[in-house]
Design a protein around this ligand. Structure first.
Ligand code: ZN
Length: 276
């Protein structure tokens, strides 16, 4: 397991951690100044902007782009809408490539009919996978905690995401292990080992699960403030062969989003190697 203490260069910051209070240009500056090694920007910060200029700024700041967030939901109730969703994702995938991002992150969406939703996700990723191969960007499937099965993702387990990668068969499909979503899974170790052996672990995201649970979407905790054994999980992921950056992604409308960026980055820096 790598030593993270005093090594912010092994960490990336997902810009959602700042609650989108500032333009991406300022977030890039702050993250680089604090010594972090990577960044994961969001489409809302990029679309309509000069994508090439943003790519240049991140590169010049020495930041690796670990992921571009995130997909348009794939499943739809009509085939016209499904096609539109795929076209939309293709456009964003091209932006991911222009940004120099390693991956385009898939929060896949869902339907009341989960079986149909999963079939559409598999078909959609299959359609996009050849483009992803050509562009050199991974389609990174992020399984979400089952609390989101009804509204955000029909893929809720690492094993499900890996099964889907196997079905699609393209080297461009991969999986993100987000501690917040998978820490509770009794099979997580088995599935992380499997993902590592298949060379499909594209990213590792950290935040913490706070108690009491008040809001499952925007009340994630700073690493160390909740119940997840993040160090054990990181050891597991790194032992499985993952050697990419550890990405901090904290959705926290009531707390961290109200603090200045520099303070949040300082706290993350202080906790490196201590609580995660
Ligand atoms: Zn995540």
């Amino acid at each position: 397991m790598r030593a993270l203490k005093n090594h912010p260069e092994l960490c990336a910051i997902n810009t959602a951690t700042f609650g989108f209070q500032v333009p991406l240009t300022l977030a890039i500056e702050a993250i680089a100044k604090a010594g972090f090694g990577g960044i994961a920007p969001w489409r809302r910060e990029v679309e309509g902007q000069d994508v090439k200029a943003l790519a240049r700024q991140m590169r010049d700041a020495g930041l690796k782009v670990t992921g571009y967030c995130r997909s348009t939901y794939i499943p739809a109730s009509t085939s016209a809408q499904f096609k539109e969703n795929i076209a939309d994702n293709l456009k964003a995938l091209q932006d991911a490539a222009a940004l120099g991002s390693d991956a385009f992150v898939f929060v896949v969406g869902t339907l009341a009919n989960l079986i149909s939703a999963r079939a559409q996700v598999q078909e959609g990723l299959g359609l996009l996978s050849q483009h992803a191969e050509n562009l050199g960007v991974k389609l990174a499937l992020e399984p979400l905690h089952p609390v989101y099965a009804a509204d955000r993702s029909c893929i809720n387990l690492v094993s499900q995401a890996l099964d889907m990668c196997d079905e699609i068969g393209s080297p461009s499909v991969s999986v993100i292990i987000d501690a917040y979503h998978v820490w509770w899974d009794p099979n997580i170790e088995r599935d992380v080992v499997r993902g590592g052996a298949a060379k499909r672990i594209q990213g590792f995201h950290v935040s913490d699960w706070l108690l009491p649970v008040t809001d499952t979407l925007n009340n994630r905790g700073m690493m160390g403030d909740g119940v997840i054994d993040l160090k054990s999980l990181r050891a597991m992921v790194e032992h499985a062969g993952y050697n990419g950056l550890v990405e901090v992604e904290i959705f926290s409308s009531a707390n961290w989003w109200k603090r200045p960026m520099d303070e949040t980055l300082q706290v993350i820096n202080d906790r490196l190697g201590e609580t995660f």
